[in-house]
Design a protein around this ligand. Structure first.
Ligand code: HEC
Ligand code: HEC
Ligand code: HEC
Length: 111
């Protein structure tokens, strides 16, 4: 009885895993944040390397939902000038904390 139970759980896991994998939406590989957030200004648009971040970080580093997608953890209100919330709340604090090479260099993001 116990053994059969174990086998059916195992079978369930193997049958479900591909379905779960298919259902997981990792979102775009690269995201044009200027376009996405309708940011106005003369700086070159930031093409955010979403996938590269996913390879290094948990989804929950940026998304409210631990599985990713949906709302971000950061409230982005001020979208203009050098003191915009992308710099101040979102991108820069983590780059500084994780010592990302050239993490605050303008041309690393605006290119
Ligand atoms: C870690 C990434 C990152 C770095 C480094 C960075 N920025 Fe930004 N910046 C952004 C994002 C994201 C936005 C908002 C989206 C967009 O404009 O494409 C933005 C927006 C801006 C804006 C407002 C929009 C506009 O076009 O006027 C200015 C001004 C700006 N950045 C200047 C700078 C300057 C100057 C530097 C270097 C000191 C710099 N940024 C470095 C990510 C970065
Ligand atoms: C370093 C930050 C960061 C990490 C880590 C991250 N994301 Fe994102 N993600 C973003 C940003 C920024 C956007 C674009 C803004 C938006 O869609 O609200 C986005 C958008 C998305 C979207 C598209 C949402 C939409 O409405 O179009 C999906 C899906 C998504 N992410 C899934 C994931 C998953 C799954 C993970 C973990 C494997 C993950 N993300 C990790 C920053 C991140
Ligand atoms: C929670 C931490 C975290 C946040 C938030 C974050 N980054 Fe990063 N970012 C990293 C790490 C870690 C790396 C180094 C990745 C690597 O070495 O492959 C990185 C690298 C980068 C790079 C260089 C990628 C390359 O090709 O070498 C760019 C560009 C970048 N981030 C843009 C952004 C922008 C724009 C934002 C905000 C919208 C952002 N990041 C927010 C952690 C973060």
């Amino acid at each position: 009885m116990k053994k059969r139970c174990f086998i059916s759980v195992l079978a369930g896991v193997f049958l479900l895993a591909p379905l779960v994998a298919m259902a997981t939406d990792n979102g775009p590989e690269i995201i044009d944040l200027k376009e996405k957030f309708k940011v106005e200004g003369k700086r070159k648009a930031v093409n955010f390397p979403h996938r590269k971040h996913q390879d290094k970080l948990e989804c929950s580093s940026c998304h409210q939902d631990p599985k990713g997608g949906g709302k971000l953890k950061f409230e982005l209100v001020n979208l203009t000038g050098n003191k915009n919330d992308f710099h101040k709340k979102f991108c820069w604090p983590c780059h500084v904390e994780m010592k990302v090479p050239r993490g605050k260099s303008c041309s690393n993001c605006h290119k």
